[in-house]
Design a protein around this ligand. Sequence first.
Ligand SMILES: [Zn+2]
Ligand SMILES: [Zn+2]
Length: 279
Amino acid sequence: MIDSHCHLDSSRYDEDRDALLERAWAAGVRGILSIGIGEGPETMHRALEISREYAGRPETPRIWASAGIHPHEARLADEAAYVKLDGLLEEPEVLACGEIGLDYFYDHSPREEQKAVFTRQMEIAAGRRKPIIIHCRPSQNSADAWDDTLAMLRTQWGRTGLGGVLHCFTGEERHAREAMGLGFLISFAGNITFPKAQAIRDAAAAAPLDRILIETDGPFLAPVPNRGKRNEPGWVKEVAVTIGGLRGMDPEAVAAQTSVNFGALFHPETISGSTDLHG
Ligand SMILES: [Zn+2]
Ligand SMILES: [Zn+2]
């Protein structure tokens, strides 16, 4: 399995990162995309550091990184942050720009600022030829952030042909369909196991098998039966089990197919085994 989205740089993992990576390996996780948003632009390089720290370690999943400015921190984006992002995206272990997008649920940054920072990051990612990982959360009982995100992807991203991921998908089926038309994969997280998440399960049952990914979004959103606890990469298995149940497939088949999908989008094999990268 590949956990396509985990905040491995979270301080909540500082005490036992080695142990939880061993547990992930034992659970069958062979790769983790560590999301490099840090606690803001200042620390968005931490995911890459972790990727290099663990490269080549036996019985530990391969760790890749992303880099980006989360919409929550859009108000902290300045020229120095964009220069830093551009430099990180040049690194071979940094597979994607993200998570970037729009969050109208918390509105931690003004919406116009979120849009401007999202746009600028798409330009930088396009320049480095890296896919993007989208975070999108609308305000309560609304599709507002989906409408804006998809409009921006349509006008600015579709033509790049680089694609990306809608991470922790919670939208409606029509949003998934439109994004897939723009070259996106749909990634499902631990919240697919929550009793009230029928809409997410419907989307996961309807999406073509070659367009889905699985993720934990750890340390957040631990799946049932560990809901409420700190999430960790080994628990991505629960997502594979749930999707398998929805589609009448073995979890192993879901794991294998989502790993193939991950490879087709990010091409991580071009750097796998190159432990000299951090020498
Ligand atoms: Zn997110
Ligand atoms: Zn995340």
